[in-house]
Design a protein around this ligand. Structure first.
Ligand SMILES: [Zn+2]
Ligand SMILES: [Zn+2]
Length: 115
């Protein structure tokens, strides 16, 4: 699996739903939760043999991995990537005019002040 887009990331996936939450690298707030309902490609049954259960788990895991990859691509639209520090931050932590995050902006400001 790929590294998640943001440093803080939660996976709340269950057998019914794939759920991924991504957090701002700067303030840590939850920016976007991406969910996909999971429709198992197998019928509901009362009795599942051990080997069938294992097979179902493997199918779920591979579907989960594709959902995870998809969520990581989709979530990029909801974040701003700071070109200076490389973090992915929410709109509140990003200066669209300067095109950098507020932390890098204030660093830049203080460097200006020194020189
Ligand atoms: Zn933020
Ligand atoms: Zn930055």
């Amino acid at each position: 699996m790929l590294e998640p887009v943001t440093k803080k990331f939660e996976d709340g996936s269950t057998l019914e739903i794939f759920k991924f939450t991504f957090f701002c690298d700067s303030c840590g707030k939850a920016v976007k939760e991406i969910t996909y309902p999971y429709k198992p490609p197998f019928k509901a049954k009362f009795f599942i043999s051990k080997s069938e259960r294992k097979a179902r788990e493997l199918i779920w895991q591979s579907d989960h991995t594709s959902a995870y990859d998809r969520a990581n691509k989709e979530v990029l639209l909801h974040f701003n990537r700071c070109p200076v520090c490389g973090r992915r931050v929410c709109d509140d932590c990003f200066n669209e005019v300067e095109g950098i995050c507020h932390l890098c902006e204030s660093k830049r400001e203080s460097e200006k002040g020194v020189s």
